[in-house]
Design a binder for this molecule. Structure first.
Ligand SMILES: NC(=O)c1ccc[n+]([C@@H]2O[C@H](COP(=O)([O-])OP(=O)(O)OC[C@H]3O[C@@H](n4cnc5c(N)ncnc54)[C@H](OP(=O)(O)O)[C@@H]3O)[C@@H](O)[C@H]2O)c1
Length: 428
């Protein structure tokens, strides 16, 4: 079995171009079997996160295959992500150690800051730490979190460090921060044919930061936020290229990502698909095929933490999702709406959280800073204006203090279909 090609990280370590994604609220035995199948199919990278709650199952699979002599720790590349409740500098190491403990490892190959924004520490039992009644923004600057992550490299607990879900503004602030010892080795962001994320990816590649595409299959038509995603793999452009190339639609989509210079972490629990998703190095797409796939861009992401957090019946109305651009440069969330512009329940309340065309009625009830727009990770023309507006919001109106008229979350967050949200705040 040929080894999966690698990309060199700015830290000097080599990262496989294909890794197995491990998030989907799966049962432990499914994750464990999927990781074993992946290792047997030639995968050496597994993409984990504290919040996926699957690290002990991943760890069991790694231990099994190491014990069997199928792989060595040295051959593996294990990434994990620091959850938002561990951003306070004195909690960063505890967050990673929790993951290491579950994974049964002494170090991870890559530690990513999962999101730029922080949540307050929670006291609920770990398995319930999703987005729950205690989810509360915390005012921790991600630069301080990053400095604490740098210490973990110095201690040998993480070989490389990086980020996830940062936009260009936040990334620029990180890159330009004085006195940082390590540049981000990798950024993990959503990218697939329906959401190229081109500006951000061009920016990162131009600054020498490797980019990993998450949800590289656009979730493959699986259910997300309560409804099926549009299945990229059934799009006629993809199926006709797949036919011409004599490869599967998934292989075409993943190969397209690789030819954009990205690494990928497709998730599957189906052994035949797991194998298929790494058999990507025996064909290549033509320039025309690459261009045709890129034309499918809808400039609309699937994964927004804010969708899950804020578009909730718990808030008493369906607020338009407060999206990426409404974070300030420090990664803080504008959790609340200025008191002057209270969020009024719109007449229509049927839109689900994954929609980025959430009711116009709701949008009208919001101040500009929270108004939804088609958002990319990159720069957009109105950002400066919105940032200024955002900065103009009184500090007291940040971070969701009750006196600001924020609706307090008093029960399990639900996006309207009666199912509590699960997972990393983005998926179910
Ligand atoms: N950093 C972040 O914030 C973040 C956010 C989201 C995801 N991620 C990472 O990225 C990983 C992948 O993203 P994702 O899980 O959202 O979605 P994805 O990998 O784009 O799609 C997964 C879906 O596609 C199906 N699938 C996989 N291979 C297939 C194939 N060859 N043919 C047809 N269908 C196929 C899977 O079904 P089966 O499993 O049934 O085969 C599953 O339903 C996650 O697991 C996680 O590790 C990170």
């Amino acid at each position: 079995m040929a080894a999966c090609p690698t990309i060199e990280l700015p830290s000097g370590y080599a990262m496989p171009l294909v890794g197995l994604g491990t998030f989907d609220n799966l049962k432990d035995d499914m994750i464990c079997e999927a990781v074993k199948a992946a290792l047997d199919s030639g995968y050496r990278m597994v993409d984990c996160a504290w919040i996926y709650r699957s690290e002990s199952a991943v760890g069991a699979a790694l231990a099994d295959r190491i014990k069997a002599g199928a792989v060595t720790r040295n051959e593996l590349f294990i990434s994990t992500k620091l959850w938002n409740t561990f951003h306070e500098p004195d909690r960063v190491e505890a967050g990673l150690r929790d993951s290491l403990n579950d994974l049964g490892l002494d170090y991870v190959d890559l530690l990513l800051m999962h999101w730029p924004m922080a949540f307050k520490e929670q006291t609920v039992e770990r398995k319930a730490w999703i987005l729950n009644t205690q989810t509360e923004p915390a005012d921790v600057d991600f630069l301080d979190t990053w400095r604490a992550m740098e210490e973990l490299v110095n201690k040998g607990l993480a070989r490389s460090i990086g980020i996830s879900n940062f936009n260009i503004q936040q990334l620029t602030r990180l890159l330009d921060a004085p006195g940082l010892r390590y540049k981000p080795a990798n950024i993990q962001v959503e990218s697939h044919p329906f959401f190229l994320n081109k500006e951000l990816i061009d920016f990162c590649q131009g600054r020498g930061i490797t980019v990993t595409a998450y949800s590289p299959l656009g979730k493959g038509g699986s259910t997300y936020a309560g409804k099926p995603t549009e299945n990229i793999l059934e799009h006629p452009t993809i199926t006709s290229i797949a036919k011409a190339q004599a490869h599967s639609p998934a292989q075409v989509v993943l190969r397209w990502a690789l030819q954009r210079g990205l690494s990928i972490v497709p998730k599957s629990c189906t052994p035949v698909r797991i194998r298929e998703n790494i058999q990507l190095f025996d064909f290549s797409l033509t320039e025309d095929e690459m261009a045709a796939i890129s034309l499918l861009d809808k400039h609309k992401r699937l994964v927004t933490l804010e969708n899950c957090l804020f578009t909730t019946t718990v808030l008493g109305c369906r607020c338009p999702p407060i999206l990426w651009e409404s974070r300030d440069g420090r990664g803080r969330l504008y959790r609340l709406l200025p008191a002057a512009a209270p969020c009024v329940a719109p007449a229509t309340t049927t839109t689900t959280s994954s929609s980025s065309t959430t009711t116009a009625a709701a949008a009208q009830t919001l101040p500009e800073v929270g108004v939804e727009q088609t958002v990319q990770d990159g720069v957009d023309e109105d950002r400066d204006k919105r940032e200024q507006q955002a900065q103009g919001v009184d500090e007291a109106k940040l971070l969701g203090r009750p006196e600001d008229g924020v609706v307090e979350v008093g029960e399990d967050i639900d996006d309207g279909d009666g199912q509590p949200l699960q997972g990393e705040g983005e998926e179910r």
